[in-house]
Design a protein around this ligand. Structure first.
Ligand code: HEC
Length: 122
């Protein structure tokens, strides 16, 4: 009985991930996933990439202290959670020609958790 309930709950929790809908990730776990990014995006802005502090709600390619590629400067959209998830999954699909040297991440849960963590960076 207990197990069945748990399984039902899990299926319910995973459904939106499969459907690609926005889900609430685990920011605590996302902080660990962020280790894949810190080499370039250190907590306060690495040397190789722009700071991701306040990235949710920020216009793409808009930090004054970073020289973006042409495609990123011209992206023209504001980063929301859905865009960030898509970008982390496949950077070149979202901003073709970006010079972010990162191949992308596949695990939907890792991506959800990571974006929840990014949303805490102010
Ligand atoms: C090897 C270095 C490197 C790694 C690793 C890396 N990035 Fe980047 N990132 C960059 C560079 C360089 C840019 C600027 C790209 C451009 O101008 O086209 C960038 C840009 C971005 C932007 C756009 C920021 C803005 O101000 O518009 C986001 C969001 C981002 N990266 C997220 C991530 C996340 C999340 C990870 C980890 C999963 C990650 N990056 C891993 C180098 C990296």
């Amino acid at each position: 009985m207990r197990t069945r309930n748990l399984r039902g709950l899990l299926a319910f929790a995973l459904l939106p991930v499969v459907a690609g809908a926005a889900t609430a990730g685990d920011a605590g776990r996302g902080k660990d996933v962020f280790q894949a990014c810190v080499a370039c995006h250190g907590d306060r802005g690495g040397d190789l990439g722009p700071s991701l502090a306040g990235v949710v709600g920020r216009k793409a390619g808009s930090r004054e202290d970073f020289r973006y590629s042409g495609p990123m400067s011209r992206a023209g959209f504001v980063w929301d959670e859905a865009r960030l998830k898509a970008f982390i999954h496949e950077p070149q699909e979202v901003v073709r020609g970006t010079r972010m040297p990162f191949g992308g991440m596949d695990d939907a849960r890792d991506i959800d958790d990571l974006v929840s963590y990014l949303a805490t960076l102010k």
